[in-house]
Design a protein around this ligand. Structure first.
Ligand code: FES
Ligand code: FES
Length: 162
């Protein structure tokens, strides 16, 4: 079957028992997406499909329908070879959010999908949107601040582009 991931098409073997996470990590080497609980609870395996946050550890491969974006596809590669970080990535770095980092790709993919739907969130809305992505290092306050800062960066970029 064919998968479109980060704008690139891949041909991967279909299997009714396979979930998206293992195809990403084991077959395609996209190891930015992490395995945590394996049962859809922790959020560390979150990717975006058609812009929505999806838990790849419980998504059957043969039910994937749409464009997948993983953390490897968040940044934009410019024609001159330079890389422009996604506002969410930039804000997570600026706020020094990660400790062990294991949950971070899932956090950022959840935040990206959330901000695409709500570009001017309140703190409460951020906490609610991010509340099902667990961080065993307890970085929740910095995650909230970073998501809020990312919203500000996106708003500034949109203003410049208008
Ligand atoms: S590994 Fe998928 S939700 Fe925990
Ligand atoms: S930074 Fe360690 S689990 Fe979140």
């Amino acid at each position: 079957m064919k998968l479109t991931i980060n704008g690139q098409e891949y041909d991967v073997p279909d299997s009714p028992s396979r979930v998206l996470l293992w195809t990403l990590r084991d077959e395609l080497g996209l190891i930015g997406t992490k395995f945590g609980c394996g049962v859809g609870i922790c959020g560390s395996c979150t990717v975006n499909i058609n812009g929505k946050a999806v838990r790849s550890c419980i998504t059957p491969l043969n039910e994937v329908d749409g464009e997948i974006r993983t953390v490897e596809g968040l940044a934009t590669k410019n024609e001159d070879g330079s890389v422009e970080l996604h506002p969410v990535q930039q804000a997570f770095i600026d706020n020094q959010v990660p400790q062990c980092s294991w949950c971070m790709s899932g956090q950022m993919m959840t935040a990206t999908a959330f901000l695409a739907e709500n570009s001017n969130p309140s703190d409460d809305e951020i906490v609610e949107a991010m509340g099902n992505n667990y961080c065993r290092c307890g970085c929740y306050y910095r995650i909230k601040t970073a998501v809020s800062d990312a919203a500000t960066i996106i708003a500034e970029q949109n203003k410049e582009a208008a």
